[in-house]
Write a protein that binds this ligand. Sequence first.
Ligand SMILES: [Zn+2]
Length: 162
Amino acid sequence: MSGPLVCPTCGEPHPPDERFCRSCQMPLVYSASLGVQPPVSARHERARKVDPRYTEGDLVRVAGAMNQAEAEFVQGMLLEEGIPSTLRRTRGFDVPDMLAAGPRDVMVPASGFAAAREVLLQAEIVSEERPSSPPAARVLAGLLLACAIVALIAWIGTDLLG
Ligand SMILES: [Zn+2]
């Protein structure tokens, strides 16, 4: 009887208190989420697909997804090409209320980045242009501007009354 958590890349089962794979450092997933196939064959299927050339280097962001389901779709597409990937919650949206929703970053090993980029460009998942600034930075800039305006209005108000 193996643990309910498995590595999405190598298929290695882990006990429930582990968070990351001991060999690939990938965040572990519940074996049930790997699909309708029995866990053992699903694990073997996934492990067989991964191309060892694409497993080296630090994790780099290759694409963003609107939510977990979309991110998993992208992961499946990459895995078809032998590229392992992992998901990260996009910075700026890391709040408990959005555990199931919220955007995700799709991360791949550095050696698989070029191939992953190619796959996603072909599928029109990503475009050549990158957004100029992340949404969180824009929200912060807006807040700072709002504070400045409030301060200015208060200053003008006291000046006129005094
Ligand atoms: Zn692993």
